[in-house]
Design a binder for this molecule. Structure first.
Ligand code: BGC
Length: 527
């Protein structure tokens, strides 16, 4: 079992020493200065460490040990996930599956030849975006977008109000962009990042809300119909042609640039993955079996564990986060990984250590009024985890700032080191769980070269998530597969537009071939 002493040795003293040594090799004067600097820092460190009771360190480690998942645990989780995937794909067992594995009706990945102008709506969290995507020749994309906020009252209110709000924002954006030419028909792609049972490219029933949304009257309804109704009431010439999950958008947008892309991953407020599956493995598929015999499957892996399959690795902090959420018992895997919950897990561990008198020692009485953010549910944002983990060395300036914002007035060096240590353990577990999930997909696709398109704030802004995840995947994937993880910029918006473009183009080419037999009047389209 490692102790806080080892952690501080590894993470702080070693880089400091290394820096001193490099400097010594380069120039003896700078080297001497670095050495003196190190010497100056050393006694303080050593004193703090010496002052800390090793038994306290052991007790901190006992709490954090529950978060550590070795490769063997991850391999076992991978097996469970693969079983769940098969359960979701089989019509006989789909109803009881955690991981629903919804076929998306997207069967071709973008190839860079798609062109045209498409509107897109991107709803997946508290921010909502309207985009105008211009797909130009040679894979060039020009994009204009506007962000709107979804107020809490709408997130938790009546569903019809949500769709009215989306339509209002769309009208506002179209006015701004002067998209009101009479007679022009504007195709629209809707990125709707919640679990949906799709019945076609433009038909999808919401199965449950996630990420804090609870709008009434939408579950089991066709969200494309609800959106279209709200749009039609505005008298604008916009037709929703495709609904895509953000993972699918991310896969499509990445494939536009990188042809080996076959997985889309989101690590943001929520988490989920999709991948290209062969039709003979998708028992629930009810479309045609023409070429290409494949379809993108939206896994909805956030729900893995809903039927208690992950109980053996969940901690009491995970249970607490779940119980106080708006959807207890749901999205268990997501709650161990994604940005909506990570900060809260850290906060609960901090409180636990405070209660055991292992952190902010001797200061807890100062915080007795329970009004400081540290005591408020959701008060420790996930972005703070990233901020704390960007600190390298012994100054802990970011960590201090975060703790002060949380209401801890004078955190000591030890307090900062321990809080950073908690953050590292929580984010590393999340990265390793996501890595194990990806490894299942990479092994299942089993092609010599695989690109994973990824997007989301956690992946983008956390300083080590990417590194920890990649390191873990390397140990878990078959050695013959080369994989690459590629950040997919604006994937969820561009991907929806690409899906629309591909759909409209294929309809036009179908129409063209039937037009040859029976001439018909063509509608002017913006694609
Ligand atoms: C949703 C998914 C979505 C993911 C990432 C989850 O909560 O269920 O549909 O892809 O968040 O946004």
């Amino acid at each position: 079992m490692s102790s806080i002493v080892t952690i501080i040795d590894n993470d702080i003293l070693v880089p400091t020493l290394q820096k001193g040594l490099y400097a010594l090799a380069a120039c003896s004067i700078i080297g001497t200065a670095a050495y003196l600097g190190y010497k100056a820092a050393e006694p303080e460190n050593k004193n703090i460490l010496q002052n800390r009771n090793p038994e306290l360190n052991e007790r901190i480690e006992t709490v954090l040990e529950s978060l550590r998942l070795g490769d063997d645990s991850l391999r076992q989780i991978m097996q469970l996930l693969e079983q769940e995937m098969d359960t979701g794909l089989s019509p006989a067992t789909h109803a009881k599956a955690d991981v629903k594995m919804f076929p998306t009706y997207v069967r071709n990945i973008a190839n860079g030849s798609e062109t045209g102008q498409v509107l897109a709506l991107d709803l997946g969290g508290t921010n909502f975006r309207v985009l105008l995507v211009n797909l130009l020749p040679q894979g060039e994309v020009r994009l204009t977008s506007k962000i709107f906020v979804i107020p809490q009252s709408i997130m938790l209110g009546e569903g019809v109000n949500l769709f009215h709000h989306l339509a209002d924002c769309l009208v506002d954006f179209m006015k701004q962009e002067k998209l009101n030419q009479p007679g022009v028909h504007y195709p629209l792609g809707f990125t709707f990042s919640f679990p949906c049972h799709q019945e076609g490219l433009a038909s999808a029933r919401l199965t449950s809300w996630t990420k804090g949304f609870t709008c009434a009257g939408v579950v089991n309804e066709d969200v494309v119909k609800m959106l279209q109704k709200a749009i039609d009431e505005k008298n604008i010439n916009v037709q929703c042609v495709a609904l895509v999950n953000d993972t699918v958008g991310t896969l499509m947008a990445c494939a536009y640039k990188k042809p080996h892309t076959s997985i889309g991953l989101i690590l943001g407020t929520g988490t989920n993955a999709c991948y290209m599956e062969t039709l003979d493995r998708v028992g629930t598929w009810n479309g045609d079996y023409e070429e290409p015999k494949q379809v993108i499957v939206n896994m909805e892996w956030g729900a893995f564990g809903n039927n208690n399959r992950l109980n053996h690795v969940r901690t009491r902090f995970d249970e607490e986060v779940d119980l106080s959420s708006v959807n207890p018992g749901k999205q268990i895997f997501e709650k161990m990984i994604s940005g909506m919950y990570m900060g809260e897990i850290v906060r609960l561990i901090i409180l636990d250590l405070m209660q055991q008198d292992l952190l902010f020692i001797g200061q807890c009485d100062n915080y007795g009024d329970y009004r400081i953010p540290l005591f408020i549910r959701g008060g420790f944002y996930t972005k703070f985890v990233s901020t704390v983990e960007t600190d390298e060395g012994i100054a802990f300036s970011n960590t201090r700032r975060v703790l002060q914002d949380m209401g801890i007035r004078n955190p000591t060096y030890d307090d900062c080191a321990i809080v950073q240590h908690i953050c590292k353990n929580v984010s590393k577990r999340a990265a390793r769980l996501a890595g194990a999930g990806l490894a299942v997909l990479i092994n299942r696709i089993n092609k010599p070269q695989i690109t994973v398109g990824v997007d989301g704030s956690l992946y983008r802004y956390h300083p080590r998530f990417k590194r920890n995840m990649e390191k873990c995947i390397k140990n878990l994937v078959n050695k013959n597969i080369k994989f690459e993880i590629s950040l997919s910029d604006d994937g969820s918006g561009i991907g929806a537009a690409l899906t629309v473009a591909a759909e409209v183009l294929s309809c036009q080419s179908d129409k063209n071939s039937s037009d040859k037999q029976k001439p018909k009047q063509r509608r002017r389209s913006h694609v």
